[in-house]
Design a protein around this ligand. Structure first.
Ligand code: F0G
Length: 358
């Protein structure tokens, strides 16, 4: 029996836990690294997709949440709080259930996908819709965590970054070394921070000599924001961020400096993609690669295709794109613009005709 045990058990020696830490897990991580044939052909590279929608609550947030809630539990917290565009709240709510904690959630009113709202509700979180955007929600959540007995589990919590760095470990373990380029969607910028930390840690021996280096190199980190929510590209806070990719509708990323550091230190790139480019990549992923992601997740692939069109992608490289969340989170975009299915009677001849088989 070889069931994946979750990221804390699998990478225990590289995470801030001890033998007595009460691990709160849904056996997150161990997600597929899928070769992307069409993207490889288009770019002349070897492209892989790290499919994070395969996590227990359908997004990469579970990696960070197992770690954050585990440490909150160890420290005796009875309640946790987060601001969210939807996925963080779904994940926090689920792990709070496992830990026997209360979970409070602040989301921007009318700007989170239905699937994510359903998750927060069914897991039993205390959810407030805030008349403001994600950045307002995060300000509120921070303030509440400072003044009330409730632990903040947004990615400003360092344990979130610790958990999320394990995605880099899995990629190196699967490929045998780091890729040449790693591409991510960027919103609050926690994940690009975490991946860069993970790659760096895997490429050098631990200071005390306890852990050897696993990879020989680190990738260039490429991050893509949605054009209407691209403060890192503009170099200034975006007051009223907009994009159909609601997960990354963020105007003032908490890990701003860390994202820029990841770009500088890795010789990477931070750029933007339009909603149109995001939706094109979203449809390509589903219809050409068989991987159904939510719109924000497609920003990584949209960015790779944009960079390739600009001649920024030398052929022959090994590239990993993280696709961060499951398509079922936000199915409206799959249905919108698609033709309505034809209705037929219970009749094989009519069905065969309509299917173009006859
Ligand atoms: N992709 C998805 C599907 C997300 O939900 C998020 C962030 C990102 C990408 C960007 O990651 O913030 O680490 O740069 N979602 C957060 C949330 C903000 O509340 O669920 P990031």
């Amino acid at each position: 029996t070889h069931q994946w045990r979750g990221i804390i058990e699998e990478y225990r020696d590289r995470l801030p836990v001890t033998d007595t830490t009460p691990v709160v897990t849904l056996r997150e991580g161990g997600t597929p690294l899928v070769p992307a044939q069409v993207l490889s052909e288009r770019t002349g590279c070897e492209v892989h997709l790290k499919v994070e929608g395969a996590n227990p609550t359908g997004s990469f947030k579970d990696r960070g949440m197992t770690m954050a809630i585990t440490r909150a539990k160890e420290e005796g917290a009875k309640a946790v709080i987060c601001a969210s565009t939807g996925n963080t709240s779904a994940s926090a709510a689920a792990y709070a259930v496992r830990a026997g904690m209360v979970c409070a959630v602040l989301v921007p009113r009318g700007k989170i996908a239905m699937g994510k709202m359903g998750q927060a509700l069914v897991y039993g979180s205390r959810i407030l819709q805030v008349d403001g955007n994600f950045d307002d929600c995060l300000d509120l959540a921070r303030g509440l965590s400072e003044n009330y007995p409730v632990a903040l589990v947004n990615s400003v919590n360092p344990y979130r970054i610790e958990g999320q760095k394990t995605a880099s470990f899995e990629i190196v373990d699967a490929l045998g070394d780091a890729p040449d380029i790693h591409v991510l969607p960027v919103g609050n910028a926690g994940n690009i921070t975490a991946y860069w930390k993970g790659y760096r840690e895997y490429a050098r021996p631990a200071a005390d000599g306890a852990l050897p280096a696993v990879s020989t190199r680190t990738p260039r980190m490429w991050g893509f924001q949605a054009s209407g929510s691209a403060p890192l590209v503009r170099g200034e806070v975006v007051k009223d961020p907009s994009t159909i990719a609601t997960a990354i509708r963020i105007g003032n990323p908490a890990s701003w400096a860390q994202a820029l550091a990841a770009r500088e230190e890795s010789g990477g790139l931070i750029d933007e993609v339009t909603d149109r480019e995001i939706l094109r990549a979203y449809r390509l992923l589903a219809s050409q690669e068989g991987v159904f992601v939510e719109p924000a997740s497609a920003a990584s692939v949209a960015g790779l295709l944009k960079a390739a069109e600009q001649g920024k992608v030398d052929p022959g490289q090994r590239i990993v794109c993280t696709v961060t969340g499951n398509g079922l989170k936000d199915p409206d975009w799959a249905v919108a613009g698609a033709p309505q299915p034809v209705t037929v009677p219970v009749d094989a001849v009519a069905a065969a005709e309509r299917l173009g088989l006859a």
